[in-house]
Structure formats: structure tokens, C-alpha cells
Ligand binder design. Sequence first.
Ligand code: ADP
Length: 600
Amino acid sequence: MKQIIIYLKTFAFICILYLLFSACSDEVKNGKPISAKKINLQDGVYIFSSGGNNGIVELQTTVKNGAIFSIDVLQSSEKEGIGGKAIFLISKAAIDSNSINIDGISGATITSSCVKRILKETLLAAGASKKQIQSMPLVLPVPEPDITTYSYDVIVIGAGGAGLTAALTAREKGARVAVLEKNGFAGGNTQISGGALSVPGTDLQMQKGIRDSPEQFIQDIVAGGDNKNDITLIEILTKNALGSYEWLRDNIGVAFQQNHVRQFGGHSVPRTYIPEENSGDAIIRPLLKKCEDLNIDFFYNTKAVKLIRNYEAVNGIIAKNNKTTITFYASRGVILATGGFGANLAMREQYNPNFGKKYKTTCLLSSSGDGITMAQEAGAKIIDMEYIQVYPACNPLNGTISYVANARFDGAVLVNKEGKRFTDEGGRRDVISQAILAQTDGCAYLVWGNEIESIGKMTELHAIEYKNLEKNKLIIKADSLKEAAAFFGIDEKAFSAEIEKFNTFAANKKDTDFNKTGALRKIETGPFFIQKVSPATHHTMGGLAINEKAQVKSADGGFIKGLYAAGEVTGGIHGTNRLGGNAITDIITFGRIAGQNAAE
Ligand code: ADP
């Protein structure tokens, strides 16, 4: 940690500070009670930094009249809706209470600890003793509610993409809606996804001469899911996909990349759209804003633990906020939108021991299968639990999905340590992942040159991830392929011959080794990139069985009245293996169906 004297900061610098967020409490300004006031901190401005989830976080704390007055973010690469929200909430709590003994934000533990480390350094520099800091009162950044019983028409569990869509739809149908979210923020895995959505039959496809239809989409989904898919549900999915895309674009205001339709693995034609900012944030942010504008009530840090079911129907949910138990009654329905169980090791091992410890996960820790467990206890039917998908191109150190590695969709190829290609890089995720795991060290090296980089500009578009990969020696940019290969100890001779051979495939538009799906582009102009990747668990295809109205089926036959589900918590749609871009199509389509039916 470093301390910097700030009095000589330039005006421009101050402007930048204010462009970044500023947490500042009127209560403190107005001299309202400050619990730890007795400490009497030394007035001044203190700047400290520490490592967060995505790199350095640097905060400037102003102490005025002996108390914390304001906290500004000078530097942070934390994800806006997750770590960014944690910085904001903890800073606000510190200002309001003048204590730094603050509970972390659920779901953003690393950033929370980072902020608390910075605040501790700050207070020590401002004259507080370690003992004084230790005896500060514990503060909850998201206060526990005083009321312990609520009644709504519709209760939605989970504020990811499916939950927000369902909540909004139910509200637009006139229902009074509450959303319970166990994390301190909305977004779930949808937020950290690439936000891609697969849709057949768009104008752009027609303009580009791409022939596609819901029927062709069904064929691809069934081929990708090994024929294990629920045909009724995929008919609904494929017929409504275009409507879901248009709803996101026209009603919610999600800006998708113009003129760019991509061919993701397992799709027979290009039909996948990506938001302009290439991230699920671009979907979550406007959805959340719309929900808030329509006065949907959000209960964060509120974990649903048990469905209330009388013998006829589900009519509520018991939840926990810290130590408080809260009962939520729902007169029209409860919608489970709690996501999958990719981060729950015990559950993965229970349903398919092949996906145990050896895999890291791309999921947030909150993907723990709660909705599946709660519904099962209430008599729900579950299906396809053994089908767990691994994503091929992840960060080998922490399992996070790599968006820089999306260069694969523009034509990058995979080689092993021996310098040889070993699979169709545009094939199914499960096939590529298994192939990678079978290589030396269970990892692979993604290779591309400027011909490919200049199309998607992945290293620019995902500059924060790229910087982190560089720092961790997981990617190299070099003027020659030889230099890049040497960095990872890849067999240079075999590698050069392999890329030369691949370039002839690209020239002849035919890959006679692996029949590569999608773009065949040469790799002969620098700068060249090589990125080390390995697979991690990503999506759980199994979950609650639902009918065409998104009602949860009962283990005894029929469905459970009052209980709906949408998104990754459900099973049956994707069969053994979900195709890329189909999760967002699924959560929006079935989120809307669940919201509409529950409200009615
Ligand atoms: P989907 O893609 O299906 O919308 P996400 O992973 O995006 O799934 O979102 C699921 C959300 O549900 C996450 O924000 C997660 O924190 C939340 N969640 C999971 N279990 C619970 C629970 N028991 N109570 C409240 N929220 C939950």
C-alpha cells in the first residue's frame, strides 16, 4: 500500500474523481450521530490502494471534523454491478457510521475485503489505533428489514436475467411484484456472461443472405443436445426467440452490435447477436432500471430458503436476511429464477461425479442450486441433472470465462504444447472441452494473428481482462509466431509447420484435418497472440421440469399450482448440451412466459 499526499492534485485530476462515483453522506455532513466519533481522526485526504477482483482499487478518503466525510474511487476495474456496487455500499456504510467494521457484500467477497483493507490503512494513517479499529461497532451495509411479513401478488426469487424479465413482465400485467436476491446486487451469471443471444429469422440474416428458420434452429438444438431435449419447450423457445430479441432491443433498449451476426459453436448458420459492450451488463442494467422505474420492490441480501406450500398450492416463501427470518406471501405465484448449480461442488458430484474437483467454474458462487433443492422439497420433478456443461476457453488460474478468447469465433485455432491442432475449434463446447482436457497439462493454446484480431478486436474490447491475462502470463502478443510459441514452451518447429498447413486450409477454404466449423482465416500477419486456456464448468442443463406455461411439474404428475420457474434453474430445454447464445434466448423467453402466467 502506498500513501500519497494529495494537496498538489491538479484540477483535471479532481475532475476525473468526480466523473468516477463519489459516496458522500449528508448525515455526516450535517453532523448527525457518528457511532465511532470518539476516535477523532486526523483531518486530511488519504489515498490507499489494494488488490481487488480485477486489479488495483484505489480510494481517496476525506476526513473532516474528525470523521470520515467522503470516499472517492480513483482507480478500479471491478465490475460495475458487482464489485463496483460493493465499493459503493461499503463506502456509504463507512461514511454513515464512521465505522469500518462493516459486513462484506454477499457475492462480492474479494472486493469487499479489498475495500476494508484500504479503509483500515486509511484509519491507521488518520491516527486510529488497531485496538480502536477492532472495537468499532459492526455495521450492515444492507440493513436488515424491520418488517418480517410481506404480501405481494408475485414473488420472484433471483435477480438474474430470467428473474428480472419475469418480474418486469408480471408487473406490466398489473401484479404487485417483489424480487428476492441473496447477493447484495442484481445480475447473477447473466451479468458476467457475454450477453450473446441466438435468434433465427432476423432482417440482418436476410440482408446477408443467411437462410434460417425456427425449424432449422430446432434441428441444431436437438443435434447439440443429443436428442434429449423437451421438444415442446424448444418449439416455444425457437418460435419466440425473435420476439425475445426484439423485446430486448425495442422495449428494454439493449443495443446490439449492428451488422454483426456470429456463428457460435454447434449452430449451422450465423444467428448469434452480441450487445455493443459485449457483456451481460448491457442486458441487466436496462432491465433493472425498468424494474425499479415500475416500482418493483427489491430485497437484496435476502436468501429464499423454503417454499410455503399448503396441500393445494405454493403461496409464499420463507427467506433469511442475515439473522432475520422474513415471510413473503404471494397471492398469485412464486417464480423461481435462481440459476443453476455450477458452483455447488457437492451437487455436481452428487449428480455427475465426472464434474468434481478437477474443474473450476465460470459461475458466481451464488449458482448453488437453491431453487432446485427448495422446489424438490415442495414436491417438484427434476430432470437431466447429470448434464453439466464445461466451457472450453477459460482462465486456467481462476476458471473465469475468457472473452478475449472469443477470437475463436473469428477464426483463432487451438494447439497443444506439442504445437499441433487437435479438434474442430468451432465445434460443440463439450467436445472441445474434453479434447482440451486430454492434452498435455489439460490445457490448450489459442492462436491468432492480426487478420483475426482486426475483426473482433477482442484484446481492445476486453482490455481489462487482457491486462490481467498479461499480468498472469496467460497471453502473449509478439511480432513473430516463433517468439509467441517460445513464451509458452510450445514445440516451435511442429507449431510453425502446423500453422503453415492451416494457412493452406484457409487459402483453399477447406480444413482437411478437422473440418473446422465457421471462419477459416489465415494466421500470417503480426502481431500474433497466443493465449493459454482450459475448460471450467459453466452451465447446468438439468433442473426443474416445467410445462409450456413455465409451471413447475410435480414429481407425482401434473404441476404444482402457484409455482413457476424460468432460466437455468429449469431442465429439459438444452438436452445434454446447451449451444452458445441459447441461455439468454432461454431466460428472456421463459422469463416472459413465467411472468405473464404468474401474473394472470
Ligand atoms: P438465470 O440466467 O437463470 O437468470 P442467473 O445466474 O443470472 O440465472 O441469476 C440467478 C440469481 O438468483 C442470482 O443473482 C443468484 O444470486 C440468485 N439466487 C440464487 N439462489 C437464491 C436464493 N436462495 N435466494 C435468492 N436469490 C437467489
